[in-house]
Structure formats: C-alpha cells, structure tokens
Design a protein around this ligand. Structure first.
Ligand code: ADP
Ligand code: MG
Ligand code: MG
Length: 211
C-alpha cells in the first residue's frame, strides 16, 4: 500500500495516545527539568479526547479528520503545545482538503504546511530547542522520500528516525522559545519535552505498515 486512508490516520492518533500514555512519566520528567512539569498531562488530555472523538465514527475524508483533530487538541491540551499541535493539524487539514487518502508526496507537503503553521504561530527558528527541532527533520525526510519515490513504509520509518534524531539534538541547545527560555543556559543538557512528544507522533505513524 502506498497511501494512508482515514482509518489508517485514526489508527495513528490511537497509537499516539498509547505512546503518550506509555511515556507519560518521561514527558513529565522532561518538562519538570526545563518547564512546569505539565507537558505529559496536557498532551494526554488531548490524545484521550481524540480517541473518544473518533471511536467508531470516522470522518468522511482526511481533511475533516485532521481538522477535527486540530480543533480537539486546541480545546483540550492547553499550554503552549495545545495551540501549536492544533496549528499543525489544522494546517495539514487545509492542505489535504477532501482527499480520501494521502500518498508519500501529499503526506510530505501536508506536514510541510503544518510545520509552517507551527512556525507562524510560535515564531521558533530551528535550534531554539522546541518541537520544531523534531518536526523539521521529519518533514525533510518525508520530502526526500517523496522525491526518491520511496515506499510509504520507508518514508514513515525515515521520518521517525529523523524526528528521534531531532529530539536528541535538542539536548545541548539553549532554549530560546517558550517557558524553557526563562532558564537561559540552565536549559542545556535536557531534551525538549515538545520535541520528545513530536517524535512520539512520528513513532505512532511509523509501524503502520508492519502487518
Ligand atoms: P507550557 O510550556 O505552556 O507548559 P507544554 O508544557 O504543554 O506547554 O509544552 C511545552 C513545549 O511546547 C516545549 O517543550 C516546546 O517544544 C513547545 N513550545 C513552546 N513554545 C514554543 C514556540 N514558541 N514554538 C514552538 N514550540 C514551542
Ligand atoms: Mg509545560
Ligand atoms: Mg504549562
């Protein structure tokens, strides 16, 4: 299979919720170090709400699914990350419109649109130690995969690897956006919580085609 359907994407959000639950304590720990310790709790409120929203009722097309997901995240997550994750999904939704499924090229271009939404709202540059540092390399990996005509499976594996590398690369950075920026150089030597959860978002997408 070379494209993701609405059902696949509902499954993605379901897996994101499962991974968030599994990693909840870790996300809390990361945000305790350089923030206010609520990132895990903020996020799981949103992923639980997504699960409830799409349980047994799938929207008609990909744009509706992603748009409803974005609005749900904005309404439930709170904090800086709620608005930013909301912007990611809402801009992806606008980009894909009423498509019934999305291939690697459309996945790449929709995540590119989502990243632009995050940057427009949050004004973070690469290396500011935010979710942008995991999202940007993941989007680039999808774009490279699309250009090379890689399989969907390979594209998703590459995107997760890139997001995870981006997450790790936040460790030595000084935070320049969000709450962690109040710490200045004391934010060094910690993984950014939002970059960590963004890597979970791509991990959730990655094993989709294993069966
Ligand atoms: P809050 O900081 O309001 O408590 P969360 O803890 O849920 O919100 O989310 C914090 C994460 O949000 C950070 O780790 C960072 O990745 C992300 N973030 C904060 N501000 C920005 C921004 N301006 N641009 C991009 N990401 C940001
Ligand atoms: Mg926080
Ligand atoms: Mg907070």
């Amino acid at each position: 299979r070379q494209s993701l359907t609405v059902a696949d994407l509902v499954n993605w959000l379901h897996r994101f919720d499962e991974l968030t639950a599994t990693e909840l304590d870790w996300l809390t720990e990361l945000d305790s170090a350089i923030g206010d310790a609520d990132h895990g709790v903020n996020l799981i409120r949103g992923t639980r709400a997504l699960r409830e929203r799409f349980e047994g009722q799938h929207p008609a097309n990909v744009g509706e699914l992603l748009g409803q997901a974005g609005v749900t995240l904005v309404a439930t997550v709170g904090g800086a990350s709620g608005a930013l994750y909301g912007a990611l999904f809402v801009e992806m939704a606008r980009h894909v419109g009423s498509a019934k499924s999305i291939d690697v090229a459309t996945l790449a271009s929709s995540f590119r649109a989502g990243l632009s939404g995050v940057v427009t709202l949050g004004r973070a540059s690469p290396a500011d130690k935010t979710m942008v540092d995991a999202l940007t390399p993941a989007v680039e990996a999808l774009e490279v995969a699309a250009e090379r005509g890689a399989s969907l499976r390979q594209a998703l594996v590459d995107a997760f690897a890139a997001a995870a590398a981006g997450r790790e690369a936040t460790t030595p950075l000084v935070a320049r956006k969000g709450r962690a920026s109040y710490l200045g150089v004391r934010s060094v030597d910690h993984i950014d919580p939002g970059a960590a959860s963004t890597a979970l978002l791509f991990e959730a997408l990655s094993p989709h085609l294993e069966h």
